[in-house]
Design a protein around this ligand. Structure first.
Ligand code: SF4
Length: 462
């Protein structure tokens, strides 16, 4: 999970890129960066931490230019250092300069990297974005292939997920893998065009005519706002499917509810998930519905409205927690959860609660939250999860831990309520989740639930 933004033909591209990144900060808080072209050279800044702390007004003043690419990072491949941050920039001996940022993981990363290393191409990071940039620039400079043809080669050779922005001195390309795994939007600004991982990154720029970059599409913007578009069909997938492979975890958890993607509104999809969970519980007696904030708020609201049970914000989240602070003697206690959530006891004491969360990965956080709620005096906890059990790791851009760490792999369903310290547990069934995201044409990836990986896993195994 990462976020990318691209800006073309803006009076202050750095500021616009910062605004877009700020709006999609939910996609990554580890590092951020941008690269800006002033028509002659591209200048880059990258830093660990949040957009508001790195891309300040005084910093942005040093980056005049009309074209920009920006990135927020959530680490998946590569270690947590600034070299793995994006955008990546290349200046060649010929003086040509490009910058690129991408969201998604490449499953044949090792194979493609080794091919380039044999051609004496050096890498500074272990990051998919750098591989994309070096692949394109090497074929362009050394082989003399036009950039657009190099990107077409990416579409054919790269397996996995990439929603990518590439800038040159005077032009920009946005392109998305043919499977359409990660979201990617394109819109018209007042003076030019913009790309963003989520549509809300374009809303903040007051874009009009916001649309999704189609899976397998390359959009090239150049000159006086000229736009050319190229489209590739979806390649056949491992399981013989022909549709796309949109990540269903995006509407379940990653994306913000005010974004639209994969042809659906995330808010509406989440509400349907809550309603579907409510339909399993016609006979359950409960006093209050509580969300694990913030990502589960809408699912909990959908549940509460469907069953006509009061919805309370009984867990208050501290939005200023970045990393948690734990002294050595506090390890193993509930400190990380305590720093993140605080219960409103008056809304919980003596109540039979339905607790709604979007997903369970390792189960340790949920166990701690339940402990906190028991201490607050609840009478019963009925846990409802707005997705199926997570049993398999993701290789397309989400850090879902190893298979062994996943709770649904470690234990039988019957043993989960006791481990989680809840009275009852229900998961949203896959067929119901599929309906909630309007998956009528088999266009979604559910691999972390069913292990049916749609895109070839060339250099990875599980
Ligand atoms: S494996 Fe899961 S998280 Fe990864 S792309 Fe598929 S649905 Fe999304």
């Amino acid at each position: 999970m990462c976020g990318v933004v691209g800006i073309f033909n803006s009076d202050d591209a750095a500021f616009d890129a910062m605004l877009g990144l700020f709006a999609i900060q939910n996609r990554g808080q580890e590092s951020c960066g941008l690269a800006v072209s002033n028509g002659m050279q591209i200048k880059q800044i990258r830093g660990l931490g949040l957009v508001k702390d790195n891309l300040t007004e005084s910093v942005l003043k040093e980056f005049p230019g009309r074209i920009a690419v920006g990135h927020v990072r959530y680490p998946t491949r590569g270690t947590s250092d600034v070299n793995n941050s994006q955008p990546h920039v290349i200046e060649t001996l010929e003086g040509t300069i490009f910058a690129l940022a991408s969201n998604g993981d490449i499953t044949n990363y090792a194979t493609l990297t080794n091919e380039l290393k044999k051609e004496k191409v050096n890498f500074n990071s272990g990051n998919d974005g750098e591989l994309l940039l070096r692949f394109i620039v090497w074929h362009h400079i050394v082989k003399g292939i036009p950039i657009i043809e190099c990107i077409k080669m990416v579409m054919q050779k790269f397996k996995g997920a990439f929603s990518t922005v590439l800038i040159g001195r005077n032009e920009i390309w946005g392109f998305r893998d043919p499977y359409g795994v990660r979201p990617f939007s394109f819109g018209k600004t007042e003076t030019g065009y913009a790309f963003a991982s989520e549509s809300k990154g374009l809303d903040i720029l007051r874009c009009e005519n916001i649309e999704e970059v189609t899976p397998g599409e390359i959009i090239h913007v150049f000159g006086d706002n000229q736009v050319e578009r190229f489209k590739f069909g979806c390649p056949e997938m491992r399981n013989g499917r022909k549709g796309h492979s949109h990540c269903v975890f995006e509407p379940v958890y990653f994306s913000m509810p005010d974004s639209k993607q994969f042809g659906i509104c995330v808010y509406e999809a989440r509400k349907k998930m809550g309603q579907a969970l409510a339909a399993y519980d016609k006979d359950l007696q409960a006093d209050v519905v509580v969300a694990v904030p913030d990502s589960s708020n809408i699912q909990a609201l959908g549940y509460a409205q469907a069953r006509n049970i009061p919805f309370e914000m009984s867990l208050i989240r501290n939005h200023y927690v970045g990393r948690t602070f734990i002294k050595p003697d506090q390890r193993g206690r509930d400190e990380s959860v305590k720093q993140k959530f605080n219960p409103v006891i008056s809304t919980l004491k003596g109540k039979r609660i339905v607790l709604v969360d979007d997903s369970i990965v390792r189960g340790t956080t949920m166990r701690k939250i339940a402990g906190m709620l028991w201490k607050a005096g609840v009478a019963e906890i009925h846990l409802r999860i707005a997705s199926p059990p997570v049993k398999f790791p993701c290789f397309y851009g989400l850090d879902t831990n190893t298979k062994e760490e996943l709770m649904a792999n470690r234990m039988e369903f019957e043993d989960m309520p006791e481990f989680l310290r809840v009275n009852s547990l229900k998961y949203l069934k896959q067929e119901d989740l599929s309906r909630c995201v309007n998956n009528t044409d088999d266009n979604f990836c559910f691999a972390c639930f069913d292990g049916d990986y749609p895109i070839e896993l060339v250099d990875v195994s599980f």
